[in-house]
Design a protein around this ligand. Structure first.
Ligand code: FE2
Ligand code: FE2
Length: 242
């Protein structure tokens, strides 16, 4: 593995992430990357890895491609959530059913599927590298925990909106904005730094093991369910994003 000093890790990872958090909290500066392009890269990567296992192809395993693809799917839902908030603030009606669909997507796809696989496989692999000493993984685990607390608040705000209607809109949009900015900022840090360092710092054998574990957990979650949530994110974006 490449060796970094603790000072380098703190300077290169933790400080930029803290700065990125403050920028993300003051502005929505994230941009979409074509979902299909990432999906296709992830699929071809897994196929190539399978080919390599059969001895028919040589390439570097890229376990973060599949996680990057999931980020693009989650971004579709976050664009929809932003659109819902805009509608609510301008006095338009947003059906509770649509907000409940959003909650279902975040709880199951973003948290139970995506975050859990990062916590169970990506983070432990990186905790064996210099990244752990710089505090980066602890920082990211704490961000996942904060997301879960914000998700619980969002759930309560949606229930209030169900019964109180317009009176509950300021709290609902405030919590939804906070959740959205936090999650987008978190994914930006992973995309721009963590995933790149994962590819650079892990040995090929470790990356292959990570890909295998991520794929196995995807199968356990179920391809049908994954496709259902990918369709839901696309539909929510189509219906609500501005
Ligand atoms: Fe994460
Ligand atoms: Fe992530």
């Amino acid at each position: 593995m490449n060796q970094l000093t603790n000072a380098q890790i703190h300077h290169v990872i933790v400080l930029p992430w803290q700065e990125a958090s403050s920028v993300a909290s003051s502005a929505n500066n994230w941009t979409a990357i074509p979902t299909q392009a990432i999906a296709s890269a992830a699929t071809s990567n897994v196929s190539a890895w399978n080919d390599r296992q059969k001895g028919s192809c040589e390439m570097t395993p890229r376990p973060t491609h599949i996680l990057r693809h999931e980020h693009r799917v989650i971004e579709q839902a976050m664009r929809a959530l932003e659109g819902m908030c805009l509608k609510l603030r301008t006095g338009d009606n947003v059906p509770v059913e649509s907000l409940v669909q959003m909650l279902d997507f975040i709880r199951n796809f973003a948290d139970r599927f995506h975050h859990t696989r990062e916590e169970d496989y990506l983070f432990p692999a990186l905790e064996l590298t210099d990244l752990a000493e710089g505090g980066a993984i602890v920082f990211l685990r704490e961000e996942h925990q904060l997301e879960r607390e914000l998700l619980a608040e969002l759930d309560m705000a949606i229930q209030e909106y169900r019964f109180a209607g317009a009176d509950a809109v300021p709290r609902l949009t405030g919590v939804a904005d906070q959740f959205c900015k936090h999650l987008i900022g978190h994914m930006q840090k992973e995309d721009s730094l963590l995933f790149r360092l994962t590819e650079e710092m892990l040995e090929d054998a470790e990356k292959i093991a990570l890909m295998h574990n991520l794929s196995t957990e995807s199968e356990a979650f179920g391809q049908t369910l994954i496709q259902k949530y990918e369709r839901l994110a696309a539909e929510l974006e189509n219906d609500w994003a501005f």
